[in-house]
Design a protein around this ligand. Structure first.
Ligand SMILES: Cc1cc2nc3c(=O)[nH]c(=O)nc-3n(C[C@H](O)[C@H](O)[C@H](O)COP(=O)(O)OP(=O)(O)OC[C@H]3O[C@@H](n4cnc5c(N)ncnc54)[C@H](O)[C@@H]3O)c2cc1C
Length: 258
């Protein structure tokens, strides 16, 4: 293992944070239990005082075919997984397109689009060195209880990459802001949409310093340049407060504030 200084104002997708020392885990290392694991920081809002952080090194960026199974390391970026599936005519990974991050972040978030979620297609996750079958893991909408660091994920291979589905899913993304963000700020409450609620309380397009509730999609907290953690947190708390007052709905962050 080794330390690396990561500047979260550049590395994180929302471009908020500061240079921070992160412990890089290599193959064979014992994984510390007193640090928070991060992946590509596409779902993170990093505070000025984050907990001690760690990240999987390139050792975990690998895709292996073992007979009828696919074993993918958790530092593997989603873009690489998509290209691999396309090149090898493997089905069911089409939805990872435009879903930025690493496989580790995907499984921890049970990331997905519409009815396509990573837990629908995986069979087992290697957590802290032990393969755990999916059936033994608690998971749901944008949530999975991993109780440790995911290092590899196993899938069964089904043939037939669906280019039509890929195109359909890419088109779905056309309403998303191009400005830096961490994706959806809040989970959708049951039977409703966080974006609709934020818009209904008049916050769509509202900004604080460099941060703004996007004019394109109200549930995207975007950084128009130089946005800070305090500004982001202010807008998040404001949306929670306003939505609760107006609708009695407690919005739950999808973004991980660390
Ligand atoms: C423009 C944009 C669009 C997006 N659209 C979607 C979408 O449609 N659907 C969707 O679901 N998400 C979406 N996201 C969010 C993001 O793509 C996913 O949450 C992604 O899975 C995050 O991966 P990451 O590697 O960046 O994880 P990070 O942001 O670094 O971490 C996210 C969480 O995963 C945990 N984690 C990371 N690696 C591991 C590991 N190896 N073991 C255990 N826990 C780990 C972290 O502790 C943290 O809690 C979007 C983000 C952006 C910026």
């Amino acid at each position: 293992m080794f330390y690396k200084t990561i500047d979260f104002s550049r590395y994180s997708s929302i471009k908020v944070g500061q240079p921070t020392e992160v412990l890089m885990i290599e193959k064979g290392d014992e994984i510390p239990s007193d640090r928070m694991i991060i992946g590509g920081a596409n779902n993170l809002l990093v505070s000025p005082t984050p907990p001690p952080l760690m990240m999987l090194s390139k050792d975990f960026d690998e895709i292996l075919i073992d007979k009828d199974q696919l074993i993918i390391g958790c530092a593997t970026p989603t873009g690489k997984i998509l290209s691999f599936a396309k090149k090898n005519d493997i089905a069911r990974f089409e939805f990872v397109s435009k879903l930025p991050g690493t496989l580790g972040g995907m499984v921890a978030m049970n990331a997905g689009v519409k009815s396509y979620e990573i837990f629908n297609i995986l069979e087992a996750i290697e957590i802290n060195g032990e393969w755990i079958p999916k059936e033994q893991i608690e998971y749901g909408y944008r949530f999975a209880k991993l109780n440790g660091v995911a290092t590899r994920v196993r899938f069964s291979i089904q043939k037939g990459f669906d280019k039509g589905l890929l195109e359909e899913l890419i088109n779905l993304r056309s309403n998303q802001p191009k400005t830096p963000s961490a994706g959806s700020a809040f989970k959708n409450p049951k039977g409703d949409y966080a974006g609709r609620l934020i818009e209904a309380v008049g916050l769509k397009g509202v900004s604080q310093g460099g941060m703004q509730w996007s004019e394109v999609h109200a549930n995207f907290l975007v950084n128009n340049g130089g946005g800070t953690f305090a500004e982001a947190k202010y807008l998040i708390d404001l949306a929670k407060e306003r939505v609760f007052e107006a609708f009695g709905v407690e919005l739950e962050e999808e973004i991980k504030v660390v």
